[in-house]
Design a protein around this ligand. Sequence first.
Ligand code: GLY
Ligand code: MN
Ligand code: MN
Length: 435
Amino acid sequence: MNKEFEKRRRKLAKLIGKDGIAVIPTASTRVRSRDTDYPYRPGSDFYYFTGFSEPNAVMILAPGREDGPFIVCLREKNPLTEIWDGHMEGLNGVKKNYEADQSFDIEDLETILSSLFLGRQKVFFTLGQDEVLDKTLMKSFNAVRAGQRRGGVVPSEIQALEPLVDEMRLIKSKYEISLMKKSAKISVDAHKRIFENCKPGVFEYQIEADIIHEFGKHGAVPAYTSIVASGQNACTLHYISNRDKMKAGQLLLTDAGCENEMYAADITRTIPVSGEYSKEQKEIYELVLEVQKNAINSIKPGQTFEGLQSDAIKGLTKGLKKLGLLKGRVDQLIKSEAYKDFYMHGIGHWLGMDVHDVGSYMDQKGKSRKFENGMVLTIEPGIYISKKNKNVPNQYRGIGIRIEDDVLVTKSGCDVLTKALPKEIGEIESIMARN
Ligand code: GLY
Ligand code: MN
Ligand code: MN
């Protein structure tokens, strides 16, 4: 496994060059309440290059350095802390188990950075993520520049590291794809459980508990707070309070995906609480499903988010017009963005270690970026009809439907990582009929 991390470091080293040096911190711990922290999650970039999960650590990559390019500053091993918080790798452990060429006490970061900056022209570092670290780095940067009178090369600029790392993370390796397939499978199983346990009288938080339990059975956690939205709650796009009791006749929109070994899945299904879709629910569902399937079918290298979104808008507008929910000429309705009353978000996003993963959506010319083999993204059209929308017949008001799958772009097309989860009306109704 260390091979994968090493390969990534080698690639980054090439990108920053022998006169550059990169500094990548992990995430900070965060207080949840008084002296209780949120469960710790390492920074995605830091983990991507190290595989190391302890807090309070900074990785430094100095290509061509005599004592080795890969340096980690971390907490010294402390037996007293270990009694409370468990094993710490310490300065030796990170060399032995994570292949660091050298390690230093994080307390000495400022001086370590100053000495490593000597002889380098560019410091690659993303400012603005951690105020304390920004200050430390600037102090080292200024200190080494102030010493320039003594001669030798010192850095003259700090360059954002993000774009280089984002580009790397955007294209997933075989190993990453295997992890993402695992996250997808666990998440599919959690949604299948929802199909089984969804019925009138059950609370949204009970469905959420099922999801967390299914994730937890596999050592995974939610990649984001699950949206468990019954009835018109589905029209609140980021509904996460999950407090309501489900009623017969409603739909249940669940947007839930796990994070397993640092990789996310992101799935949405919308199912009928009492097992069967009403006529109006069915009409809207079929429309969203058709648009979603068309989008997926058109994914291959060269496709773009802009292309997908524009096709989705066309499909949804035509469909809404056919159902009588929008009136007028389709081209006019598109031009006036009339569809935005029903569909007000994007068609999808990059997916990876972060649920809204890194990676530019534009190419260097400012055009929507062309998909490439190894990219992973979500496809998630939806229709949300506000309860307050007086322009549509009453039976449609309060319906919110989204269908979301995770898709890997392949050489010749795509592979739907979440395809094992049914989404056809017939399939869903027949599963729910067994409950
Ligand atoms: N679950 C967040 C999203 O679908 O983008
Ligand atoms: Mn999504
Ligand atoms: Mn989602």
